[in-house]
Ligand binder design. Structure first.
Ligand SMILES: [Zn+2]
Length: 245
C-alpha cells in the first residue's frame, strides 16, 4: 500500500512510551529533506548527524555536530538535541536506548556489518564509554529484507564462518526450492543474526523488539534489490529530546 495513509516514519510503542526519546523508521513517504545538517525545521531543537556509511563495524560517539560527515556505520550519544540518522534499503537499522543512563545509538547492519559483529561491538562500547549495562538496554530492529527474500551465495556464508559467527543453522537456510541455474545457495536471516549478537552480549530478549516488515515485499518501503533504479534510502533516527518534557 502506498499513499497518504502511509506515515513518513514508523515508530515502535516501546520507544514511543519513553518521554525523553524521539525515534522513527522511514518509509518511502519520508524525505531526505527532513534531514541534513541544517534541517532544524523538521526536528525543532535537534542537530542532525549522518554518516558516510561503509558496511564497517565502526561506531562514533557524538558530543558535538562534526564539521564533516564521519565514516562509519553506528552512532551513539548521551547528549540532548542530537538526532542520529542511519540510511537503509534492505539492510537492518537498529535503534538502541539505555533507559537508565539516557544513552541512544543507531546502527546500520547489512550482511557485512553483521558478519563483522557491529551490533555486538556497539553493546560493548556503550558499556565502556557510558557504563551502560546490557541489562538496561532496549533495542528495536526496524524493517529490513526478510529471510524469505534475502538470497545470498556461498561467499557470504563463508565470510560469516571465517568471522567466527558459526550460528549457521539460525542464520542461513537452504532454500526449499533451488531454481535451476539460479546462483542462490542460501537465505540469510539478518534479523536473527543480529538478535543472536544482542543475546550473546547480555541484552535481555524481552527488551529486543521488532518492526517485522520486509523491505522487499512491502511497497511502502524501499528495497535495494527491488528498486535498483533508485538511490533513495529509508531514513531511521533516534535522539534525546532537547529539553525535558
Ligand atoms: Zn520479503
Amino acid at each position: 500500500m502506498t499513499g497518504p495513509e502511509t506515515p513518513a516514519y514508523l515508530t515502535h510503542p516501546h520507544f514511543a512510551a519513553v518521554p525523553w526519546l524521539v525515534h522513527g523508521f522511514g518509509t518511502r513517504e519520508g524525505s531526505p529533506d527532513d534531514f541534513g545538517r541544517n534541517k532544524k525545521k523538521a526536528w525543532p531543537g535537534f542537530d542532525v548527524v549522518e554518516l558516510r556509511q561503509t558496511h564497517s563495524d565502526v561506531l562514533h560517539f557524538i558530543e558535538d555536530v562534526p564539521a564533516r560527515r564521519l565514516q562509519g556505520d553506528a552512532l551513539a550519544t548521551d547528549r540532548r538535541g542530537i538526532l542520529l540518522v542511519i540510511r537503509t534499503a534492505d539492510c537492518l537499522p537498529v535503534l538502541l536506548a539505555d533507559e537508565k543512563r539516557n544513552v541512544v545509538a543507531a546502527v546500520h547492519a547489512g550482511w557485512r556489518g553483521t558478519s563483522r559483529g557491529i551490533l555486538a561491538r556497539v553493546v560493548r562500547e556503550l558499556g565502556e564509554r557510558y557504563g551502560s549495562s546490557p541489562a538496561s538496554l532496549a533495542a528495536v530492529l526496524g524493517p529490513c529484507i526478510g529471510p524469505a527474500c534475502y538470497e545470498v551465495g556461498e561467499d557470504v556464508r563463508t565470510n560469516f564462518r571465517e568471522a567466527g559467527r558459526g550460528e549457521d543453522a539460525a542464520i542461513f537456510r537452504t532454500p526449499e526450492v533451488r531454481r535451476l541455474g539460479a546462483a542462490c545457495k542460501y537465505l540469510l536471516d539478518l534479523r536473527a543474526a543480529n538478535r543472536l549478537q544482542l543475546a550473546a552480549e547480555g541484552v535481555r530478549p524481552g527488551a529486543v523488539f521488532d518492526i517485522p516488515l520486509c523491505t522487499h515485499c512491502d511497497g511502502r518501503l524501499l528495497s535495494y534489490r527491488r528498486d535498483r533504479d533508485t538511490t533513495a534510502r529509508l531514513y531511521n533516527f533516534i535522539g534525546i529530546r532537547p529539553s525535558l518534557v
